[in-house]
Design a protein around this ligand. Structure first.
Ligand SMILES: [Fe+2]
Length: 182
């Protein structure tokens, strides 16, 4: 599946712009992570784009989140490698996974919102966000409280947190116009 097709599926199921941006951001970080720690860049990008595909369908029911997405993707011809990662990323249902792609998705999923929130503080200018901004805001637990810090920290098995922040920031700066940021 190419990026255009994955984007088409994503936007056909997710209406909310913030959620679409969250998926775009998570995908950009996943791609950068794949290149850094040894995943398939296109596949990891697709997983990032599609990981919350069922979010509006399940309407916040975390007992269905991920499992529903898994079925939706299988029905659309996606394979177990992509659909399975989407299913497992709901760690409330499936617990923590040791798989490389799952650790990457947890980290990317959780840092993307915090970096977008940092850009919002800077008036939507993500080019003004630095690794230091992210590090500071990461320590401020009340900032972007939906960012589960402990899930982000799992990436330290592969790299320093500061490297992960930089890699993620660069990835989001690279798609800033798609995210509606400058
Ligand atoms: Fe997500």
């Amino acid at each position: 599946m190419n990026r255009e097709d994955a984007l088409g599926i994503m936007t056909s199921f997710l209406e909310k712009e913030s959620l679409r941006n969250h998926c775009l951001a998570t995908a950009a970080i996943m791609k950068a992570l794949a290149l850094r720690i040894g995943g398939d860049p296109d596949q990891w990008e697709t997983i990032g784009l599609l990981h919350d595909i069922d979010y509006e369908v399940v309407g916040g029911d975390m007992q269905r989140h991920g499992n529903e997405g898994y079925q939706m993707l299988l029905e659309r011809g996606l394979g177990e490698e992509i659909a399975g990662a989407v299913r497992r990323h709901n760690d409330i249902l499936h617990g923590k996974s040791e798989k490389l792609v799952d650790v990457a998705l947890q980290s990317a999923d959780n840092i993307s919102g915090l970096i977008i929130a940092c850009a919002a503080v800077k008036g939507g200018r993500i080019t003004e966000v630095t690794e230091k901004t992210i590090r500071k805001k990461f320590k401020e637990r009340s900032f972007a409280a939906g960012c589960r810090r402990e899930n982000v920290e799992d990436i330290t098995r592969f790299m320093e947190l500061s490297e992960f922040f930089s890699l993620s920031l660069t990835a989001l700066q690279g798609i800033r116009s798609e995210l509606g940021l400058s």
